[in-house]
Design a protein around this ligand. Sequence first.
Ligand SMILES: NC(=O)c1ccc[n+]([C@@H]2O[C@H](COP(=O)([O-])OP(=O)(O)OC[C@H]3O[C@@H](n4cnc5c(N)ncnc54)[C@H](O)[C@@H]3O)[C@@H](O)[C@H]2O)c1
Length: 245
Amino acid sequence: MGDLLAGKVALITGGGRGIGREIARVFAREGACVAAADVNLEAATDTIGQLPTEGLALSMDVADIASVQAGVDAIVARFGRLDILVNNAGITRDNLLIRMDESEWDAVININLKGVFNCCKVASRPMMKARRGRIVSISSVVGVQGNAGQVNYSASKAGVLGITKTLARELASRAITVNAVAPGFIETDMTAKLSPEARQAMLSQVPLARPGVPEDVANAVLFLASDQAAYVTGQVIQVNGGMAM
Ligand SMILES: NC(=O)c1ccc[n+]([C@@H]2O[C@H](COP(=O)([O-])OP(=O)(O)OC[C@H]3O[C@@H](n4cnc5c(N)ncnc54)[C@H](O)[C@@H]3O)[C@@H](O)[C@H]2O)c1
């Protein structure tokens, strides 16, 4: 156990599995009380059950601002504060532009981009009152350099970088920092869907010659969420094995 986040309360969206679950583990190891929010409540409950600190599992659809508001209200009612928001919930619906239909575009934009807007809008309120806070959003290497077959996802993840830089400016006067982490190819259920050829193509672009693991991402998020990053805002940390520089 460490104490980098001792006494802090964190909301992690998409905390039911993958990178979100690992962020929950690393945060709890560093002393934070964690609220894991997910559309899959059972998965979020599993995450919380594995933590050494007090936690809260929440059913939340980040695309629905009423659901986000209910979740944040529950956190403040239970813990009396909210110090850290990690916007991690995200989906893919991959297709080439000519085959992509509007529902695939809308689903990804509503969850990955509007979801970040919703969570920032709701969670920043208690942070502004407290005059302190941390917002860390999970973007992607695909939001930085694009990727054929992911026009919806790349637009959403580039949009997250825009939100990050704008809110860093808007919220700085309240000592709330806003940063992003842009992972490359990380082994989770999301990337398990890739064909062996797509996987090999991704890996061939990684100078460190291995996929990342969720902990690689969680460690960067931990830094940005901690007091050690008090003078870091509006930045993007790329955790990608050198895939994009
Ligand atoms: N795995 C990678 O290689 C990689 C690379 C770059 C960025 N990312 C990003 O990291 C984040 C986590 O990815 P992952 O690989 O752990 O994915 P994952 O699919 O394993 O987990 C995503 C979690 O988000 C939840 N979720 C989905 N829609 C939601 C909604 N509307 N509201 C609340 N929760 C919702 C899911 O139920 C799931 O538990 C995503 O934003 C993803 O885009 C992943």
